[in-house]
Design a protein around this ligand. Structure first.
Ligand code: T3D
Length: 263
């Protein structure tokens, strides 16, 4: 892992911190490689049952590092941003959505450009009261990427997705909550505590079911109802074979709290 990512794991929760505060955690190659490795580590570690993604300092992330975007010789001709996205960003976004464990985005400050996309790729998005969100891409002549053109219409609706993408306005956390981009807003000094409490709770819940919920919801946007019903049947077959389903029903019948193992 690189210095640009902090990874800390305890009591079933892995916390991944984007760590380039002097440039508002702008995403450069080292940070993105570190993030990819951290996600892989959390995926492979069976003791990790929930993740928190947050930023060091006053920002979540200001998006792509614009200092390293343009080649040193100033030439734009050979630039292939598509390749950069395919190599650097897209595997992380799909990796987050497909990770069979819940990810809580704790948006502690500005989330701009691909930084906003990263935040939205989490399963539950929490924001501090002073956090802001910005589809900054258009301000530099680009198009929303790293999943934003997929997330925004689904979360906020087409009208809002177009306005956010085309105007690039910076919106506050409460507006983001109202638009459906954020689950809950917490006071600045409480955000991490709230994220940790939620992650600690989720780390005691049926982890396999969380992974299967993600699988079902990921597929729903491109499925017909008939196909989705079929997928739910397949997925529920898997859930029904888990130890946690057995424990959940047993606990209910014994009128006690379940003790989920994540298996
Ligand atoms: O190239 C590719 O990889 C393709 C993929 C593109 C995907 C994208 O994400 S495109 C969008 C890139 N992001 C932006 O365009 C946002 C640029 N930043 C801003 O507009 C503002 O910084 C913010 C609105 C996010 C925050 O403003 P503010 O006033 O709170 O902070 P600031 O003073 O502008 O920034 C503080 C420092 O961070 C500053 O450095 P300095 O002057 O103190 O040495 C600033 O240059 C640096 N910084 C902020 N954003 C970036 C950055 N450095 C590099 N890259 C950045 N994106």
């Amino acid at each position: 892992m690189t210095n640009e990512i902090q990874y800390q794991s305890s009591d079933g929760v892995a916390t991944i911190t984007l760590n380039r505060p002097s440039v508002l955690n702008a995403l450069d190659d080292a940070l993105m490689r570190g993030l990819r490795d951290a996600l892989a580590q959390a995926r492979a570690d069976e003791s990790v049952r929930a993740l928190i993604l947050t930023g060091a300092g006053r920002a979540f992330s200001a998006g792509a590092d614009l200092n390293t975007t343009i080649p040193a010789d100033g030439s734009l001709k050979a630039m292939d941003l598509g390749r950069l996205l395919r190599d650097r960003y897209n595997p992380i976004i799909t990796g987050m959505r497909e990770l069979p464990k819940p990810i809580i985005s704790a948006v502690n400050g500005v989330a701009a450009g691909a930084g906003m996309s990263l935040a939205l790729a989490g399963d539950i998005v929490l924001a501090s009261r002073s956090a802001t969100f910005m589809q900054a891409f258009v301000k530099i002549g680009l198009v929303p990427d790293a999943g934003s053109t997929w997330f925004l219409p689904r979360l906020a609706g087409d009208v809002r997705a177009r306005a956010l993408s085309m105007l690039g306005d910076r919106i506050d956390a409460e507006s983001a909550e109202r638009l459906g981009l954020v689950w809950k807003v917490h006071e600045d000094d409480q955000l991490l505590n709230e994220a940790r409490a939620l992650a600690a709770h989720m780390a005691t819940q049926p982890t396999r079911a969380y992974g299967l919920i993600k699988e079902a919801l990921n597929a729903s946007s491109s499925n017909t109802l008939v196909a989705q019903l079929d997928l739910e049947a397949d997925i529920q077959t898997k859930a029904g074979l888990t130890e946690d389903f057995h424990e959940g029903v047993t606990a209910f019948l014994e009128k006690r709290a379940p003790r989920f193992s994540g298996r």
